[in-house]
Design a protein. Structure first.
Length: 396
């Protein structure tokens, strides 16, 4: 156990249950030696404030786990937190139309640096620091006891550059046969829990996909940019879109999208797939005078191609401007970002800038954040990272 002295101006923040232990709040951070150490946060007179663990993650040194000095960080602690999360999500476990969801969402469920996803009886643990990874045996023990799990997989996302550590991700149970077919609001998706950093679907976009299918896609020609495995295209096609066009730079996106479409009995011949840079596609669409009824924008926070480096914090307005130019009057743009470094108000300003640069009026029809299984921490704004706007291009 290491005692860390909190600078006076930050004491109130931690007393009010702020979860991230950030470096500028600590007077004696140099005393930290090994990730996974239990930390006691104290004031300058040694008065106890909170208890957590040391684990380097982004700008943090670790996470607060409890404000009770007598609570031990042991298997009972992890059991209590994970069982509470399981009970909150009973409705998901009981829904045959949705068999994949976020079971445990980091600081929102009481343990920062740890997320657990459920895929039809199989669990995927994401470890975001070497510190939280040191508690692996405790987390796995609880899941094996109470999760009714067929198998457990993991993703280690904590090397020195914050990247996923490529490894065999199998932990315990009986190895699953991949692709594993899961359901989301009745739609079928193929996932692989042991094939690199990503699984084939982003669970946090569940509500947006349902809205596209149920309210926005019918009769539309839909352009899905940064399409990954085409999940938005699947939702649009099942919602009655007359055609979908999916664009992604990764060569794997084409076969993966074809797989997702075929799983839902969607005629692949009626869908267009392009393996190319999205900005190059914008130029292609303008040259050929292509116009879309709906454009979906869901870029990564940061991406690099041979021609361009994309940062959502810097480049989102240009993404909007380019999309406006190929969207029909009264068409829809679905603008999404998972960048946690800014909030919804700032995102709306970026969108507004993009429309102004295009000289185009618009109105926001609907807004989305994280679905309810992605529990957020009220005091830690980056935990509520997803921002989605459904925008109508107003006819001039």
């Amino acid at each position: 156990m290491v005692e860390l002295i909190i600078e006076k101006k930050f004491i109130k923040q931690f007393e009010n249950k702020y979860p991230l232990i950030h470096r500028e709040a600590i007077r004696n951070a140099n005393e930290l030696k090994e990730e996974g150490e239990i930390i006691h946060l104290v004031d300058s007179s040694q008065k106890f404030i909170a208890k957590g663990y040391y684990g380097n993650q982004n700008k943090g040194l670790g996470w607060v786990l409890t404000h009770n000095p007598d609570e031990e960080i042991n298997v009972s602690f992890f059991r209590s937190k994970i069982l509470s999360a399981i009970n909150k999500r009973k409705g998901f476990y009981d829904d045959p139309q949705t068999t994949a969801f976020r079971l445990f969402n980091g600081e929102g469920d009481g343990i920062g640096g740890l997320t657990i996803d459920y895929y039809d009886g199989h669990y995927l643990i994401n470890w975001y620091s070497d510190g939280i990874y040191s508690f692996k045996n405790l987390v796995v023990t609880v899941l094996e006891e109470y999760g009714e799990c067929k198998s457990i997989y993991e993703k280690k996302r904590f090397d020195t550059k914050g990247k996923y550590i490529d490894d065999d991700d199998f932990v315990s149970g009986e190895r699953a046969e991949f692709p594993l077919i899961i359901k989301e609001n009745g739609m079928n998706f193929a996932v692989d829990l042991n094939d690199g950093a990503m699984t084939g679907i982003f669970l946090d976009q569940r509500d947006v996909r349902r809205a596209i299918r149920d309210r926005y896609a019918k009769g539309k020609h839909v352009l899905n940019t940064f399409s990954y495995t085409g999940a938005f295209s699947v939702a649009a096609a099942l919602g009655g879109a007359k055609k979908t066009s999916s664009v992604d730079l990764a060569k794997r996106s084409e076969p993966k999208t074809m797989e997702q479409l075929s799983l839902n009995d969607i005629d692949i011949e009626k869908q267009d797939l392009y393996v190319m840079d999205v900005y190059s596609y914008f130029k292609y669409a303008k040259r050929h005078d292509l116009k879309y009824d709906m454009v979906v924008l869901d870029p990564p926070s940061f991406a690099r191609s041979k021609k361009k480096t994309f940062s959502s914090a810097k480049d989102y307005p240009s993404l909007i401007t380019n999309s406006v130019e190929i969207t029909k009057s009264n068409g829809i743009i679905i603008a999404s970002t998972n960048n946690a470094s800014f909030g919804m108000d700032q995102f709306k300003k970026m969108v507004d800038k993009g429309f102004k640069e295009a000289g185009q009026a618009y109105r926001i029809k609907e807004e989305f954040g994280l679905p309810r299984d992605f529990t957020v921490h009220k005091l830690y704004k980056p935990s509520n990272y997803l921002k989605v706007l459904v925008i109508e291009k107003i006819a001039k």
